[in-house]
Design a protein around this ligand. Structure first.
Ligand SMILES: *Cc1c(COP(=O)(O)O)cnc(C)c1O
Length: 382
């Protein structure tokens, strides 16, 4: 008999009870310093994240959404340009595109990884394509070699650069062929939203790059295009990272590897539990595919036979948290109706949106809680 009464989707209080003293001390030091915007803590975080990502530069900004916007602005993507993006992702991957005056072109996903399918992207390249935004969704890296090859072929064929921008907001620490996300594309965008694997005490983001010009342009554009003070070279935005966030993130970064390993162990345990429960005919568990490191920001199953919503309601009755990332492809969103997509234009996206269910995977989740969740699923589906 299980003694578990509920399982949260995410419980940051458990993390705080482990490292709260360190976080409070870091915040106190910021208060005493009187420096609240950018400053030494942000510089230290930029250096730490660049080192962690094996990239040359990292530039802090106000959110992951702004990191994507700044990367496009820095690449001078604008009116008349097309940017290929997945439809099965968080809204910010695509909303940055019309913000710079360009047109988002939605491409379908690979059903196993949920990531953009390079073949589907290839079919959408035109003489107007200026960038591809690949998303390492749920924490699993994309096939970056395939996207690099697309960009190289494009440059040969059309004689101009095709930017590859990585949306790594869910994937800090993920790897493809032993190389971290962020080191592959022209720019990689991170989010420090509290539910991400490295989350702050509020909003925050960063652009990671090996390209010096990209780093300089993002630095200029995040501060109103101002250089020197009160002289504006370009129209930028106000998107600075504050010292509070950087101070908390500098503390948490020391634990990130340990937390990622706990997420990996939780994913392996779910795989064993769902197999032992005999549920693999009704539930498709997420798989890490060859030569990648999956950092499991989300553990997303597919529930077959149209039972996803019923299972989710049953979980809710038993006080087990779950969530749907994402219930609707971006190509079906009201705000993108002007682009004229029909639901079935992207059949894998449509199917995923109807089947996916994200389960708790946070590092402090216990083996007992996982067993209770899988047993609850078994009772319901059998
Ligand atoms: C969280 C997230 C973002 C946006 O990050 P914010 O910091 O919330 O602005 C962008 N893309 C993906 C895939 C995300 O998961």
């Amino acid at each position: 008999m299980s003694t578990i009464a509920s399982v949260p989707m995410l419980d940051l209080k458990r993390q705080f009870s482990a490292i709260g003293d360190e976080m409070n001390a870091a915040l106190r030091a910021v208060n005493e310093s009187g420096m609240f915007i950018l400053g030494p803590e942000v510089k230290k975080l930029e250096e730490n994240i660049a080192r962690y990502s094996h990239a040359k530069y990292a530039v802090g900004c106000a959110s992951g959404s702004d990191a994507l916007l700044l990367a496009l602005m820095a690449a001078r993507v604008g009116a008349g340009d097309e940017v290929i993006v997945p439809s099965f992702t968080f809204f910010a991957t695509a909303s940055c595109v019309p913000r710079v005056g360009a047109t988002p072109i939605f491409a379908d996903i690979d059903p196993v990884t949920f990531n953009l399918d390079p073949q589907k992207v290839a079919e959408k390249l035109t003489e107007k394509t200026r960038a591809i935004i690949v998303v390492h969704l749920f924490g699993q890296a994309c096939d970056m070699e395939a996207f690099q090859a697309l960009a190289r072929d494009y440059e040969t064929k059309y004689g101009r650069k095709l930017y590859v921008i990585e949306d790594s907001c869910q994937a800090i620490g993920a790897e493809f062929k032993g190389v971290q996300v962020g080191a592959w594309g022209d720019a990689s965008c991170l989010s420090f939203y509290p539910t991400k694997n490295l989350g702050g005490a509020g909003d925050g983001g960063m652009v990671v790059t090996n390209n010096e010009e990209m780093a300089q342009r993002v630095t200029l554009l995040r501060g109103h295009g101002m250089s020197p003070r009160y002289y504006h070279k370009e129209i930028g935005v106000n998107s600075r990272l504050d010292s509070y966030q950087a101070a908390v993130l500098n503390v948490k970064l020391n634990y990130l590897e340990q937390w990622t390993q706990a997420r990996e162990a939780n994913a392996a345990r779910y795989e064993r539990l769902f197999t032992e429960a005999g549920l693999k005919d009704q539930i498709v568990t997420p798989q890490k595919v060859g030569e990648r490191r999956h950092v499991w920001n989300q553990y997303v199953i597919r529930v077959k036979n149209g039972k996803r919503d019923a299972l989710r309601a049953h979980f809710a009755e038993k006080k087990i948290g779950s969530d749907i990332y994402y219930p609707l492809g971006l190509h079906q969103q009201e705000c993108f109706a002007y682009l004229g997509y029909k639901p079935n234009d992207l059949p894998e996206t449509l199917l995923a949106a109807n089947e996916v269910l994200a389960l708790p995977i946070f590092p402090e989740l216990t083996a007992e809680e996982q067993a209770y969740l899988v047993e609850t699923a078994r009772e319901f589906l059998k």
